[in-house]
Structure formats: C-alpha cells, structure tokens
Design a protein around this ligand. Structure first.
Ligand code: GDP
Length: 309
C-alpha cells in the first residue's frame, strides 16, 4: 500500500513513555504527527479541568516539560501554597502556569467548546505543529476497585501512590463516548499507527475502550505497531507490572503482545518474542533517556512499521 508522505503518523499515548516516544516522533515526522492521548486520568480540581496525559504529551512536544517529569519547566507553586494556607487539602500538586492551562480549559468547556478544540487552543499557544487529540470529547474516567471500593484513578495514583491491591479496573463513561471525526480521519489516513510504550491497562486501555476506536485501528490501512513499555525486564516508572498482572498477562514482550491481541501488526521491544510467535518484531534498545534516544527509537519504530505496510 502506498501512503502519501504527508499522511499522519499516529501515536497512542499515556503520560511518560508515550510522551517521550511522541517527542522523538516529532523529530522524525514533524507536523505530520498526531497523538491520541488518554483522558481517563483527567480530573476536575481547584476550578480547573486537569488533563495530565494530554498536557504531559504537549509539554514534552514543546520541550517545556520540567526535569521532575511533569508540569511546565521552572513553574512556581504559589497557588497551591495559598490554598494550603486556606486549609484546602492539596493532595494533587499543580504549578501556577500548569494550573492556568487547566483553568483556561475548564472555561472553554463551560462555554460548550469540545475538549478536542480546547486542547487544540492550548497546543497552538505552545507553538506546536503536531496535533494532540483527546481520545474522546466525552468524559471517560478510569477507576480501580480495591478492598471492594471503587477508587478514582488520581486518588489511586497520587493519594495511595498506586500501592493498593488491584481487584478490577473500569473506564466510567466509555460506553457513551464517541469516536471524534479528527481521530477517525487520522486513523483512516495514517501511514503508521504506533501504540506508545505506556501502561497498557491504565494509559492505552481507556483509549481502546472508546467505542469504535479499536475497530478503527483494525480497519485502518496502516500497520499498527506497539513499543513495549518494559525496559530491560523492568518498568521505568509507574505500576505497569501490577496492572499487567491484573490483566492476566506476563510482564514481558509476549505479555504486551497478548494484551493487544489482534490489534497489532508488529512489536518493538528490547527482548525477542518466543520462537512460536508469528508477530513480526524489531529488537532494539528502547530506553529513551534523552531526546536523541527518543528520536532513534521513534525513527526505528516508524521504519519498521512502514516496512510492514
Ligand atoms: P503515566 O501516564 O505517566 O503512568 O505514563 P505511561 O503509562 O505513558 O508510562 C508508563 C510506562 O512507560 C511504564 O511501563 C514505563 O516502563 C514506560 N516507559 C517510561 N519511559 C520509557 C522509555 O524510555 N522506554 C520505554 N520503552 N518505556 C518507557
């Protein structure tokens, strides 16, 4: 199949791993990059609409991510200090300018703007040519059942530091979400679709739970390739291991393949697949510790995917 060189390269992403790959892919695909970002982590707090994964991706793409790994570089925390002075339980920390993004987004949504357009306004303000599309305009919220109680995602991650036992996972609102025209168009016209190295259950799972999205991946003419979020048999950050365990797949490249099942045409990982696996794979160092490494991983992944077309 021939693809126009200007057809999009689509990356599905959560926060950390997916965002780093997206940054590397921007060096390779430029403004043809379209990121589909998880909004299952979104939370309304302090009068703001906080969208951690779309913002992490956007801040990475703008080279504005703070070295701490989240938020805007060099941000201050005066508002959080002020809220604490007022006795507010500041369990979720946000920098001042980071909060400004959330306040502006809440304002746009209150005016009836779609989340897709609200995020587009913010990414344009950051000077991005690449697009960051929320997985849906409707609210979808990930929740984890622990000790028989459903815990909202950010409370699980931030208040409980992801240390609670995982009994079940659900994506509230997913059944009522719809495939946005921007995502449908990007997937249909893509030259490659990359599932970023993000947590399959809590970062990519919500995206795939949007009705029609997994089918659109299957129907897309472009090859679909995942980059494994497991590096040297370990996790770089976050609770990927307990969530894969909950999903009943092994914590290795074969487990990632079985989680995504028939969605994939190929896998990029730093380990080989079992000899009986028929899925094409590309083995390389997938650790993206700096922009050069992210660019190399993105470039190898795109070349591998295009070779499968
Ligand atoms: P979160 O939303 O911040 O939890 O982030 P993600 O779900 O996007 O990312 C968590 C996953 O990213 C973990 O499984 C990490 O091992 C993986 N990850 C982080 N950095 C890298 C990297 O440089 N290379 C690869 N292959 N995976 C990474």
């Amino acid at each position: 199949m021939d693809f126009d060189s200007r057809s999009p390269v689509v990356v599905l992403a959560g926060g950390t791993g997916g965002a780093k790959l997206a940054r590397g892919m921007a060096d390779v695909a430029g403004d043809d990059l379209v990121v589909i970002a998880n909004t299952g982590d979104d939370v309304e707090l302090y009068g703001a609409y906080v969208a951690p994964d779309p913002d992490l991706v956007s801040f990475h793409l703008a080279d504005r991510i703070d070295p701490r790994g989240w938020g805007l570089d060099g941000d201050t925390f005066h508002v959080m200090e002020g809220l604490k002075e007022l006795g507010v339980d500041v369990w979720f920390n946000l920098g001042d300018r980071d909060l400004a993004y959330g306040i502006r987004r809440a304002e746009l949504l209150a005016q009836g703007t779609r989340l897709t357009d609200a995020i587009a306004e913010l990414t344009q303000a950051l000077g991005l040519g690449a697009r960051v599309l929320p997985m849906a305009d409707e609210p979808v919220r990930t929740a984890i059942r622990s000790g028989g109680t459903w815990v909202p995602f950010q409370e699980f991650m931030v208040r409980h530091r992801a240390a609670l036992p995982i009994e079940d996972v659900r994506y509230d609102g997913a059944a009522d979400a719809t495939l946005s025209p921007e995502i449908a168009q990007a997937l249909q016209s893509a030259r490659a679709i990359i599932v970023g190295p993000s947590n399959p259950v809590i970062s990519i799972g919500p995206i795939l739970a949007v009705p029609g999205l997994a089918a659109a991946l299957r129907d897309a003419p472009a090859p679909v390739v995942a980059v494994s979020p497991i590096v040297k048999g370990q996790v770089v950050k976050g609770p990927t291991e307990p969530f894969l365990d909950w999903a009943g797949v092994t914590f290795d490249a074969a487990g990632i393949v079985s989680f995504y099942a028939d969605l994939l045409d190929g896998l990029v990982a730093d380990e080989t697949l079992p000899a009986d696996s028929t899925l094409p794979s590309h083995t390389t160092d997938t650790m993206m510790s700096d922009p050069e490494a992210a660019k190399r991983v993105a470039s190898e992944t795109l070349a591998f995917a295009e070779g499968l077309a």
